[in-house]
Design a protein around this ligand. Structure first.
Ligand SMILES: NC(=O)c1ccc[n+]([C@@H]2O[C@H](COP(=O)([O-])OP(=O)(O)OC[C@H]3O[C@@H](n4cnc5c(N)ncnc54)[C@H](OP(=O)(O)O)[C@@H]3O)[C@@H](O)[C@H]2O)c1
Length: 286
């Protein structure tokens, strides 16, 4: 029998962690799925009131067991640590388990414009998962986040920030639709709590249009010293990931389309972060 219970995958990570927190803030019951219930992020979620259980995208029996009884699922997938083929296989296994367990509504997070034939490998792997979702029983909502603000605090970026430089593989004035993980989580929680309002919708997400130059300035203002902005040649990205290089080439040549103003109008309850607010709220270890 299903009860009001929201299963959250990736709950120890950025998007799932934000979705779990937004649900808990709304006093909704959360079951967080992780491969390691003793990891620090899992322990933190338990302290916030989540039920934390062990499940692995590569172990369908654990998925079916832990999705049983859930009314809703926040579903995420990732190629990082494995590859795009594994991402698609795991994402499909997760959705199949949700359908088999009788989950009522699935909120799947993908990537902005992944449904538009971008040719970017880790967008295409997500589009295959989205298409599979359309064939299954549960009602669904797909979220397509733009560029995470959290990327500005990734280890690679922090290394150059420690030298006073924000390097980005795009022209410094190139507009990007950016989003804080917290805002993805906020929309996901709305969609899980109100499936009738969100069923059958694919919503690309961004809180703001920003540029590498604005991001550098916002970080500089937050840390209290100037941060220079520098365009990193795409060949540098190509050196470590053809997939990410394809993404930055797409950003440069085609660009992403996200209706930021429409999102602000439709979802005023999401306190959409600007780069400036996100940077000011973070504690920077530079
Ligand atoms: N960065 C961006 O700008 C951006 C923009 C749009 C979309 N995306 C997409 O966002 C996704 C990454 O999301 P994120 O940043 O929220 O993730 P994240 O912080 O990197 O965390 C990864 C999560 O995946 C879970 N996970 C990985 N393998 C698993 C497995 N075999 N079984 C169960 N759980 C597993 C991990 O859980 P445990 O370790 O606890 O098991 C962890 O919670 C990627 O697909 C990326 O393409 C990123």
């Amino acid at each position: 029998m299903t009860q009001e219970l929201y299963a959250v995958t990736g709950a120890t990570g950025a998007q799932g962690g934000a979705a779990a927190r937004a649900l808990l803030r709304a006093d909704l019951p959360v079951r967080a799925l992780t491969r390691d219930p003793n990891a620090p992020a899992a322990v933190e979620l338990r302290a916030l009131g989540a039920e934390v259980v062990r499940a692995d995208f590569d172990d369908p029996a654990t998925l079916r067991a832990e999705l049983a009884g859930a009314s809703g699922l926040f579903a995420m997938s990732t190629p990082f640590g494995t590859d795009c083929a594994v991402e698609t296989r795991q994402g499909i296994a997760l959705l199949d388990a949700a359908a088999a367990a009788g989950v009522g509504h699935v909120v799947l997070t993908s990537a902005a414009n992944a449904d538009r034939g971008t040719g970017i490998p880790h967008f295409e792997s997500k589009w295959l998962i989205e298409q599979h979702l359309h064939t299954l029983g549960p009602s669904w909502t797909v979220l397509g986040p733009g560029v995470f603000l959290e990327n500005c605090a990734g280890e690679w970026t922090l290394q150059s920030l420690r030298r006073g430089v924000f390097g980005y593989p795009l022209p410094v004035d190139h507009p990007l639709p950016v989003i804080a993980a917290a805002d993805i989580g906020a929309v996901a929680a709305l969609a899980l709590a109100r499936p009738e309002r969100f069923a059958g919708r694919r919503i690309d997400l961004a809180g703001q249009w920003s540029t590498p130059a604005r991001q550098a300035a916002a970080i500089g203002a937050a840390v209290g010293r100037p941060v220079a902005v520098e365009e990193v040649p795409i060949s540098v990205v190509e050196g470590y990931s053809a997939d990410l290089a394809a993404m930055f080439r797409h950003f440069r040549e085609v660009g992403l389309q996200v209706d930021v103003e429409g999102l602000h109008r439709e979802f005023p309850e999401v306190r959409w972060h600007t780069m400036e607010r996100w940077a000011a709220e973070r504690s920077w270890d530079l």
